[in-house]
Design a protein. Structure first.
Length: 114
């Protein structure tokens, strides 16, 4: 059974940091590109970062470039996103996804508020 499980969300003050994790099972993780997306209340789900399976090359949305870093550990079948200098507008449910497939995690809530 294919499963993606996100963790690491929570409440953080503006300027703070969080690291989200997404543990995968039931897929050939090492040959899968992985992505992170988010959906804020009343808004469409949006892409924030991706990492390929060949050389670990990453892509970022302009809104998070320079603040977020995506990484992966193939031995643990886990993809991460380190989020620094968080802003209130980063508040959303964050999802991981297998690129090229309709496989999503259940999401983890990130709230940035003082």
């Amino acid at each position: 059974q294919v499963q993606l499980v996100e963790s690491g969300g929570g409440l953080v003050q503006p300027g703070g940091s969080l690291r989200l994790s997404c543990a995968a099972s039931g897929i050939f993780f090492s040959i899968s590109g992985m992505g992170w997306y988010r959906q804020a209340p009343g808004k469409q789900r949006e892409f924030i970062a991706s990492i390929n399976n060949r050389d670990g090359r990453a892509n970022y949305a302009d809104s998070v470039k320079g603040r977020f870093t995506i990484s992966r550990d193939n031995a643990k079948a886990t993809v991460y996103v380190q989020m620094n200098n968080l802003k209130p507008e980063d508040t959303a449910v964050y999802y991981c996804k297998v690129l090229g497939a309709d496989i999503w995690g259940q999401g983890t809530q990130v709230t940035v508020s003082s």
